[in-house]
Design a protein around this ligand. Sequence first.
Ligand code: NAP
Length: 294
Amino acid sequence: MTDVTTTTKVLGLIGDPVSNSLSPRLQNWAIDRLGLDYRYFAFPVKVGAVKEAVIGARELGLKGLNVTVPHKKAAVEYVDCLSRAARVTGAVNTIKFGEGEKIEGDNTDWQGFLKSLELHDFDPDGKKCLVFGAGGAAAGVVYGLVRKGVQNIVIVNRTEAKGVELARKMEGLSPGVDLAARPLAGSDIGERIECSDLVVNATSVGTGSTRGEAIWDDASDFHSEQIVYDLIYNPSPTKLLKLAAESGATTIDGLDMLILQGLESLKSWTGEEFVSGETVDELRQYLRASGGLN
Ligand code: NAP
């Protein structure tokens, strides 16, 4: 680790809570490995104080911020310009303080998701996909899949209207992609899972108060010709991934996506990036060994 001096540039995370976040470990590991004169800190920020936090960070000379729950939507209001991904998904997870006081808002979740699929040699082009969830994470996943030219996406959400709204927002981004929204209680969901090449859980079911539960628990709908991806990385594997693995599906947890979206943010702040997939392996091992995951 390089010494912190008056020239060290500061990066940070705002959210509430941030005490269990892996981002400081992840980013400082990457900063050290790249030999950069930066440090990354976590700042708890209450709902209603996002504007002050963002402006304050700029005035203090921070170079960038990550934004996490519950501020990703609110942050959209306090930046001067939005990337296309942030505009379409309605969520900012990366803020860059550019030249001339301009504050830029971006969303790197979709890039982290797509890059993690690449690591698993899965090309979404022309594939059939089913996404559980219609919140911020689901928006990033659907945006990425649409950009990659999948054949179709079925968005399955407990609150059907939110799924319909998400499908509507993504329509027109890529005219060839067929988007549909279904309620979680729909009678055809099992069948739709069965004919999907990729099934993604982008809900919070399986962690926190629903730890041990699965968004879909009929293992007979999963099979060996598909990938089942759970954005949750703690715990890992989730019940969903255990059921899918029992049925022979290839399973992916959310840790690679977390790492890869974080490295995308670091690249946007510093211009530096890792070129090899081995870095992700090393980071994954480091994060699993350093505690904070169980
Ligand atoms: P969010 O915006 O609050 O959305 C939550 C989603 O979960 C909604 O679709 C909600 O459905 C659904 N849901 C919650 N409880 C449910 C229940 N009991 N039964 C059925 N559906 C339920 O949250 P988010 O930001 O999208 O995050 C979702 C998950 O993704 C979290 O676990 C988060 O940690 C994870 N995530 C991982 C990464 C990564 O890098 N690996 C990145 C981002 C997020 P309703 O619309 O019906 O409420």
